[in-house]
Design a protein around this ligand. Sequence first.
Ligand SMILES: CC(C)(COP(=O)(O)OP(=O)(O)OC[C@H]1O[C@@H](n2cnc3c(N)ncnc32)[C@H](O)[C@@H]1OP(=O)(O)O)[C@@H](O)C(=O)NCCC(=O)NCCS
Length: 176
Amino acid sequence: MLSIGSVLRRASLIGFPIGSPAGIVAGMIENVTKAPRSPRTPDEWENYFDLRWRVLRAPWNQPRGSEKDERETDSEHFMIVGPDSSALAVGRLHFNTPAEAQIRFMAVDPQAQGHGLGSLVLRECERRARAAGATSIVLNARDDVQKFYVRHGFLVVAPGETMFSAIKHVRMRKEL
Ligand SMILES: CC(C)(COP(=O)(O)OP(=O)(O)OC[C@H]1O[C@@H](n2cnc3c(N)ncnc32)[C@H](O)[C@@H]1OP(=O)(O)O)[C@@H](O)C(=O)NCCC(=O)NCCS
C-alpha cells in the first residue's frame, strides 16, 4: 500500500535531499507517465484499491472492502501509476446498458490533487465509453465536487443518495 506520502517518507529516511513536499510532488507528477491504464501487477492492484479506500472510504470510517462493489469484474479500471507502483489517480467505468456508461470511484491522492490527474482519468473513461459505443455517461457526484464535473461538460439531472449519513450526492450526466 504505497501512497505518495510513504514514498516521500522513504526518501527522507534514506537521506534523499527532499525539498518542500509540494515541490517534490510536483516533480513526481512531472516525471510519471500520465496516460491512465489498467493496473497490471499485484502491487498496482493493491495500490489501486487502497487509494479508493483512503480517499473515498477511510475519512468516513468505512471498513476495508467497502471500496469495492459487485461490478469490479466487468468494469474497466484506470490508474495513473506513480513511483514504486503507487496510485496517483484512479477511476472506474462500467456499462448500465450498451448506450449508457457509468463512472465510479474517481479518486486522486490528496497530495496530487489539483494537478490535472483527475481530469486525465475522467477523459480516458469518456474516451473508452465513446469507443465502446455508449452515447451517454452518468455518475453520482459528491455535492461539493460538482464543479469539477461541470467543467467537463456534465449536468446535474437528479438528486442523488446521501452516503454514510453525511455525503450528499447529485446524479450527473453527459451526452457523448
Ligand atoms: C475530485 C477529484 C477526482 C478531482 O481530481 P483533481 O486531479 O484534483 O482535479 P484536476 O486537477 O484534474 O482539476 C482541477 C479542477 O477541478 C475542480 N476541482 C477539483 N477538485 C475539486 C473539488 N474537490 N471540489 C470542487 N472542484 C474541484 C477545480 O475547479 C479545478 O478547477 P480550477 O483549475 O479551475 O481550479 C479529486 O480532487 C479527488 O479525488 N477528490 C477527493 C475525492 C472525491 O471527491 N472524488 C469524487 C467523488 S464524486
